[in-house]
Ligand binder design. Sequence first.
Ligand SMILES: OC[C@H]1O[C@@]2(CO[C@]3(CO)O[C@H](CO)[C@@H](O)[C@@H]3O2)[C@@H](O)[C@@H]1O
Length: 453
Amino acid sequence: MVSENYYDVTKYAAGNPGEDIGAVINDIIADIKNRQAVADANDGGKPGSVIYIPPGDYRLFTQVVIDVSYLKIVGSGHGFTSSSIRFNTPASELAHWHEVWPGGSRILVDTSPEAADGEAAGAAFYVKRSGNPRISSVEFADFCIDGLHFTDDGSGQNDAENTYRNGKTGIYVGSANDSFRITGMGLVYLEHGVIVHDGDALAIDNNFIAECGNCIELKGMGQASRIANNFVGAGYRGYSIYAENYAGILVSSNNVFPRGASSIHFSGVVRSSVTGNRFHSFYPGMLVFAANCCENLVSSNHFLRDREPWTPMQKYDNGLDDLFGLLQIDGSNNSLIANHISEIIDARYIRPPAAKPVIINVVSGSGNYIASNHIVAATEISQKDKSDAPNSACFSTQVSALLSTGNSTLLDVTTVLVQKESVRNTVLDSGNDEQVVMNRTVNAFRGTPVLGQ
Ligand SMILES: OC[C@H]1O[C@@]2(CO[C@]3(CO)O[C@H](CO)[C@@H](O)[C@@H]3O2)[C@@H](O)[C@@H]1O
């Protein structure tokens, strides 16, 4: 039996996928709907299809609109490479590079940002279906969505390619959905990588979503989803991982690299776990729980905050000062247990000047349990001045900053601050008597033991 439900975009009869893969995929979806018109034919009838994108460059002018279940769009290569490093490398040097663009099965999002009217309109892939049941089992796997360029932000200050703005979104899911999968993708230079509304049992696994204004955003409301094993890193204006009004999410084993305004930002998220991740940030506000996040477990994560070492990006930040908290908690009954937190920064970069940085800032709520967090705060090891290093030396500059440990001076910090609005919290072994600031008559405290006392 020859399957009719396998399509290769390069073999499809209509359109030219190199010129506009969006129009070709929309045509394929129309064909699937034509052929699979009956909801209950012989105990089935709507198995969906796979659309295969072989390695190659495919321009997209027309937004793909998906309103069928069981559709899998799959390529053979996420194709990520850094566009940020490349755009900060002088043309004379680029002339000798082996390749300059991302690769793999690569979609070049060439929609006009001016025409983009909001995050949905600017999306390369737009999933939306009303009625019942919720659209199910749409899968995106193993291809690259490249937003190509960032654009001038009108400030007159910033290099266009470093603005993290272009009005483009990679994948936008606008209606309630079940059992979606986004796996093995490479998303780069999009203002928004993935936005999913009303997700249920959604898996965002093993992707490379970096150098996007925002990487992963779960919106509306949802449950029982997973963000795991991804490489993620947003721009200084956006979210690396964001969720609002979701319950029961697992965020685990992600490697979240800097310059997102936050590494993880939850708003009204409850009963979820953030475990075993590595978070690295250049700014305060790495983990933000806002709008009453409750009963979440934050455990066994590694947090590192240091200063941007790469010259072309040193003029940017997220606008927060060091009193905001590296972790800021608004909510009740959360557990912050056994995290390692390193803040490695020279005193002259602390804002406001001479302030004592706050590591965990509990701003409201009650009943939070903060125990056995190891907080290391120290100045940077003095390094050879890198300001004359070529911009293309991004990797060596960043790695030598990361690898330097040893003879630094300890930095005075407030390890835990419980604001007066927050009561009945328990703080154990997460800083000594001087490092933990809170009202000890309405909160329980046991300090990390101090030598000789
Ligand atoms: O080191 C991890 C990733 O970082 C790079 C390289 O470095 C960059 C350049 O802008 O600096 C950031 C912060 O480290 C990254 O988000 C960004 O992207 C990827 O090239 C690299 O894969």
